[in-house]
Ligand binder design. Structure first.
Ligand code: KIV
Length: 273
């Protein structure tokens, strides 16, 4: 019998996560509302990421580029209500930080103050290092994001694996070092060869969290729709389905529709006197 919150109920902080570099692997997943954030939190996930992937999996866009800061704040605030223990990270959306450090400071401030985020995530490397430094100095934990950075989809010519050529590899290494040296406590590494994922993990002090970057990272992150099988027609090579919620939802909707049409729902027990 427990007489209080167990050790495992302690809140996950950026500091605690950073201390797990090279140790127990870190588990991160995206969520965009209170219900799924709560389910992930209660399942013991370490990091709930309110990713700008919501532009694709929630809003139905073909990229993350249309997502606005107000939309990120809305979803982050919702997710924050579901999180009791996990570390809550919010993505800085496209063009909320690329034009100037001041823009980035204000955008991060809103995600923390209005969205309830514990940390913010920025894509990029050498170019965003000055912003990372300023945010960290202001007391905002920062997660970087290198490799295939989705906000640069047009520059990459699509969502393509990065780091296969020597020059790409050098650039990603320099970017990862710049962001980690600027004080980022963690770094998402997306869609790079697994050898490079492991090399980056050795090269930086920051905790590395891979998505399509192999098993050599300090942790892994998946988009919840991929993990839960919510997108029936889509499964990226790097994702693993741990559920078939898309099929389960379709089956439930169809059963409900049939019951309504056949007069089986509602019954007297499901009605008021
Ligand atoms: O937006 C997002 O969900 C992300 C993850 C893919 C890491 O950045």
């Amino acid at each position: 019998m427990s007489d209080g919150p167990s050790q495992s109920a302690a809140k996950v902080t950026a500091l605690a996560l950073a201390s797990r570099k090279g140790g127990e692997r870190v588990v991160a997943v995206t969520a965009y509302d209170a219900t799924f954030a709560r389910l992930a939190d209660q399942a013991g996930v370490d990091i709930v990421l309110v990713g700008d992937s919501l532009g694709m999996v929630i809003q139905g866009n073909s990229s993350t580029l249309p997502v606005t800061l107000d939309e990120m704040i809305y979803h982050c605030r919702a997710a924050s209500r579901g999180v009791a223990r996990a570390h809550l990270v919010a993505d800085m959306p496209f063009m909320s930080y690329q034009a100037s450090v001041e823009d980035g400071m204000r955008a991060a401030g809103r995600l923390i103050k209005e969205g309830g985020a514990h940390a913010v995530k920025v894509e990029g490397g050498v170019d965003v290092a000055p912003l990372v430094q300023r945010l960290v100095a202001a007391g905002v934990p920062v997660m970087g994001h290198v490799g295939m950075t989705p906000q640069s989809v047009h520059a990459f010519g699509g969502f393509k694996v990065q780091g296969r050529t020597a020059s790409q590899r050098e650039k990603i290494l320099a970017d990862a070092r710049a962001v980690a040296d600027a004080g980022a406590y963690a770094l998402v590494i997306e869609s790079v060869p697994r050898k490079l994922g492991a090399e980056l993990t050795q090269a930086v002090r920051a905790l590395t969290i891979g998505i399509g970057a192999g098993a050599g990272c300090d942790g892994q992150v998946l988009v919840m729709h991929d993990l839960l099988g919510l997108e029936l027609a889509w499964k990226p090579r790097f994702a693993r389905r741990y559920g078939n919620l898309g099929e389960a939802a379709q089956t439930a909707f169809a059963a409900y529709a049939a019951d309504v049409r056949e007069g089986r729902f509602p019954t007297d027990d499901e009605s008021f006197e």
